[in-house]
Design a protein around this ligand. Sequence first.
Ligand SMILES: C=C(O[C@@H]1C=C(C(=O)O)C=C[C@H]1O)C(=O)O
Length: 303
Amino acid sequence: MLRLGRVDYVNVFPIYHAFETGAVPLVAETVRGVPAVLNQKFMAGELDITPISAFAYASQPETGWVLPDVSISANGRVASISLFSRKPIEELDGEMIAVTTSSATSVALLQILLQKHYGLRCSLLPMAPNLTAMLQAAPAALLIGDDALREGEHWGFGAIKRQARQQGVPGDGQATQVGDEEQPLWIVDLGEVWKAMTGLPMVFALWAIRRDFSHRETTAIDQVAEAFRQARLWSTAHQKEVIAAAKNQYDFSLPVLEDYFTTIRYDLDGVYRQAAERFFQLSAEIGLLPAPVPLKVWGEGRA
Ligand SMILES: C=C(O[C@@H]1C=C(C(=O)O)C=C[C@H]1O)C(=O)O
């Protein structure tokens, strides 16, 4: 049976809910994990198809293909990839930044933004995603996924950003100051900063197909690609139902889920592919990848 990964965050709930309810049929053994765990399991051959960090794909592009019409992306603000800093971002030069061990893409993205956008040199300290412990160890911390969403809500950042969105004010990548005067906290959404720097959406994750699986299971992969296409369509057409189901399974409020599920994008068409390749190119420019890599999309250019 197909061994399919699932990011253990609410970000992929709309897609996998379509499979789990049977609205879109897909026979698979689903394995949950945070992105770093899925990346590692995929590389070790324990998963056939899985969302992996875009950066992990680019680090080992020979491992396989990517599904054509699905990604975890955002066109500007993402709401779940944030830097939390005890100092204004511009004052972090020479400092240490604690980074979640759950991520690969966002840690690379942070390094690109620090160097190319802010002109800062910082060292990174990988840590488990616990904001209190991270901010005891370093003046700033990077969180992703549910951890970032939850802390964003806790500090009022989520509410401020949702209000701005409702008023039609686009995010410009500037930090928002929260906390009190004695212990201020600056929070910045890395999707917004990337968009301000490049003008592009940001592709955080891709669904990778292992090369050995692709040799055995060509028809199955075509079916999986189609199932993901259908799941995206289904979840868009059943948004209310999807949000209500997520509300039952996660401790996020309705406004948070409504906002998040219309902020996270699953696109992988023209501009998103261009965006992924721009991210790989900048990763290579700052020495995180040996060379920029093209996206190898299943069903396109294959023999
Ligand atoms: C938008 C997100 O996308 C993700 C970020 C990833 C990363 O930083 O490596 C990997 C998979 C996705 O879960 C998120 O987790 O918040």
